[in-house]
Design a protein around this ligand. Structure first.
Ligand code: PMP
Length: 398
């Protein structure tokens, strides 16, 4: 018997599996709406001008590539804090935030999960139902039981907020509550500011641990607007976690640029927390890579590049919103009855279309339009050339 003879075949990642199926599809009109990636109006992955310019500057003053400190580039960590909390925020100026560079938003979640397992080993983690599937896997691989709180309300095309709040209210002290800071993946529905206040009050009253996943800052209503929720947690005086991803907002998917920030009660506590985050990093991958974080640090700290980035991010956000409006127009023109305003109400790259699995399968098989079986489509992959075809296909399977 060989060492691996009993190794079971792991299930395929559902979304990456879709990509393979899409690549093999010979339909010339095929459209991939399964991905979680922003494409421009020509269907191309953008290379942001601010990134090109930062790389040009980096090339002009080339640097040798020694190991980075375990927690990454100091200027990068500082810039992340400024973006997430505001550079003048009390928690930042008071040294109460421990921030580490991480390998994408996923790396931030993983480092946070490993650290939490040490400080809060008996906790359960609650994720939204549904959530980004990797949330469950990341936290269960870190050793946590993972449960869910109600989130999507299919009937009312929105959020079951009463159910969400009741589940949080019923959670035992120490429970880790994973929350999407903005642009909920996969549904596209975000809770309102007043609802955040209620969630925060419940987390505080019950002594729960909030872990905010911020993978789409700037894709909802704007960088500051999307970040406002962080300020609410700070104002409530909570200790909490924030993972950051620049994969989408800088279109730097493959560079794996992200971060983890932990807000602590004091500067001294933050110093101890940082030392433990470093252990988690050291024992996972020793220290982070240089290139992507150097790009982001350069852009965020160079005023002209920062403005360029904010404009480019705004253009992505506006284009997604235009695609939402256009999709509603096309569907309505094609005779779809009923209220489609939910498509415009949703935020970020995704739309829970309300289509069922059979309809999604038909979209793929008959039209080469690829979305996730849950009905999730990536609005950020629609463009003025493919949207008419997609809308027609949707109408035909409805
Ligand atoms: N969280 C959510 C909600 C996401 O959608 C994603 C990316 N799809 C991530 C985290 C991970 O981001 P990254 O690619 O930077 O690891």
């Amino acid at each position: 018997m060989s060492l691996f003879s009993t190794v079971e075949m792991a299930p395929r990642d559902p979304i990456l599996g879709l990509n393979e199926q899409f690549a093999a599809d010979t339909n010339p009109a095929k459209v991939n709406l399964g991905v979680g990636v922003y494409y421009d109006d020509n269907g191309k992955l953008p290379l942001l001008k601010c990134v090109v310019e930062a790389e040009r500057q980096m090339l002009e003053a080339p640097k040798a590539r020694g190991y980075l400190p375990i927690d990454g580039i100091a200027a990068y960590d500082k810039a992340v804090q400024g973006l997430v909390f505001g550079a003048d925020s009390d928690v930042v100026t008071g040294g109460r935030v421990a921030t580490v560079q991480a390998i994408g938003g996923t790396g931030g979640l993983k480092i946070g999960a490993d650290f939490l397992k040490k400080v809060n080993p008996d906790a359960t983690v609650l994720i939204s139902d549904p959530s980004w599937e990797n949330h469950r896997a990341l936290f269960s691989n870190a050793g946590f039981p993972v449960g869910t709180y109600p989130y999507y309300d299919a009937e009312n095309r929105g959020i079951n907020f009463a159910g969400m709040l009741a589940a949080i209210d019923a959670a035992p002290a120490g429970t880790v509550v994973l929350l999407h800071a903005c642009c909920h993946n996969p549904t596209g529905y975000d809770i309102t500011g007043e609802q955040w206040d209620q969630v925060i009050a419940s987390i505080k009253a019950r002594n729960l641990v909030a872990f905010l996943d911020m993978a789409y800052q700037g894709f909802g209503d704007g960088i500051a607007e999307d970040g406002a929720v962080i300020g609410k947690f700070v104002a409530a005086g909570l200790d909490f976690f924030v993972s950051t991803s620049f994969s989408k907002s800088f279109s730097l998917y493959g560079e794996r640029v992200g971060a983890l920030s932990v807000v602590c009660a004091s500067k001294e506590e933050a110093t101890r927390v940082l030392s433990q985050l470093k252990i988690a990093i050291r024992t996972n991958y020793s220290n982070p890579p240089t290139h992507g974080a150097q790009i982001v640090a350069t852009v965020l700290t160079t005023p002209a590049l920062r403005t360029m980035w904010e404009d480019e991010l705004a253009a992505m956000r506006v284009r997604i919103k235009e695609m939402r409006t256009l999709l509603v127009e096309k569907l309505t023109a094609a005779g779809v009855q009923g209220d489609l305003s939910y498509i415009v109400r949703q935020k970020g790259m995704f739309s829970y279309s309300g289509l069922n699995k059979d309809q999604m399968v038909r979209l793929r098989g008959e039209f080469g339009v690829y979305g996730v079986d849950s009905g999730r489509i990536c609005v950020a992959a629609l463009n003025t050339k493919n949207i008419g075809y997609v809308a027609d296909a949707i109408v035909k399977v409805m």
